[in-house]
Design a binder for this molecule. Sequence first.
Ligand code: NAD
Length: 454
Amino acid sequence: MKVCVVGTGYVGLTTGVSLAFLGHQVTCVDLDQEKVDMLRAGRCPIYEPGMEELLAEAAQHLTFTTSYAEGIPGADVVFVAVQTPSAPDGSPDLRYLRSAAESVAQNLDHDFTVVVNKSTVPIGSGNWVDAILRDSFAQRADRPQNCEFSVASNPEFLREGNAIHDTLFPDRIVIGSDNPRALEVLNHLYRPLINQTFTPPSFQPRPDDTTAVPLVSTDLASAELIKYAANAFLALKISYVNEIGQLAGKVGADITEVARGIGLDQRIGSRFLEPGVGWGGSCFGKDTKALIATASEYKYDMPIVQAARDVNQRQREIAVERLQSELRILKGRKIGLLGVAFKPNTDDLRDSPALDIANLLIARGARVKLHDPIAGDRFRREYPDMAPHLSETLDGVFDDCDAIVLVTKWAQYLELDWGKFVGLMRTPIVLDGRNVLDADRMQRLGYKYIAMAG
Ligand code: NAD
């Protein structure tokens, strides 16, 4: 099928490259010329494992452009995957989506095109996009005859750092539209994924347990709500284990054992029951806020979702309080933070706990040094004021340091030769912000080990 993807960020790029890999003819449109130039040269503008390899394997079916006129005409399906950041009042800022929808409408010429929202948008946005498309299309002097289009929702569930795996071998695919013909087109588009009939890329073998992928084919509003409900649930699972973790610390219980003990119950499941400094990234914070904002439009409170947000913020503050109660005085102390990206295997810094913790420490007069194996360049570009706090080397972080905080669970930090660095520190204190280091081993190496939770 002929596909156009608008927006080549984490979601749009993964969607476009994966669909091209499956054999669809894909044109990716982005307004960012620099991104498009890089992609045309086969280079990936974001850090996402396997993406450059998949770009190479899908190249014959894939085009990158800044021109809607090259992507929209003739497309059976147009995916819109532009950013939807939070506006100051917590509701999503839909400027990019509006502008993309208007540009799509200016270029539609096919007998039937499905315009699919892949961005995470508030419930009701499908109708809103439909209205924008119809208004913009009606204003065209050159609008073609017999050109029909319909809006659908196809929320994205990929995890950054695992984007290709999650797209090719998803737990489920959700499509929503009030037009059965649009659902039929999307069903057809995703057939190879649903039936798993494609040959996987050389670097990403099919998991042993993959059978047919469940398809949830529903109405527009339900598909839109599924995305928010899923993200809010995951967010509250993390906050729940963090809340239990704080209590575990007070009563002398081991949160690792507690999390294992509850996670083995299949009704609960162990994934996302990982205590630590909490979630970050572009989705959980923004989407929980948007869900609450949507509910308030209907005069409905969502205290559970709000509590998950509050607990998450408190974890970041607790990290700083733990350091303060250990060091007594934070003013003038050097604190090293390992990891700037919000999680391993990505260079995404949006709502990263490390940035919040760094700022809380700086506000208390501490000297902060940050390190990240991958996200350093992006950090310098996006946070130029904080760039002097970045250290290229681990020696630069540990040297004369009063405490280290492990913030991001990069493999490099888990496999670190910690014994090599202990002698560099002024006071060898390590706060394990992800509850992943072996406390006994760290103590044997000479560190004072502090856990985030019990
Ligand atoms: P992103 O910021 O990485 O990418 C958005 C891209 O859209 C950018 O390259 C930007 O240049 C481009 N763009 C903006 N306006 C445009 C326009 N009018 N025309 C063409 N291109 C335009 O964003 P992302 O992380 O890929 O997220 C996209 C959407 O998907 C958001 O709604 C997000 O909430 C949702 N989502 C993200 C993730 C994730 O893990 N990142 C997962 C699921 C859902």
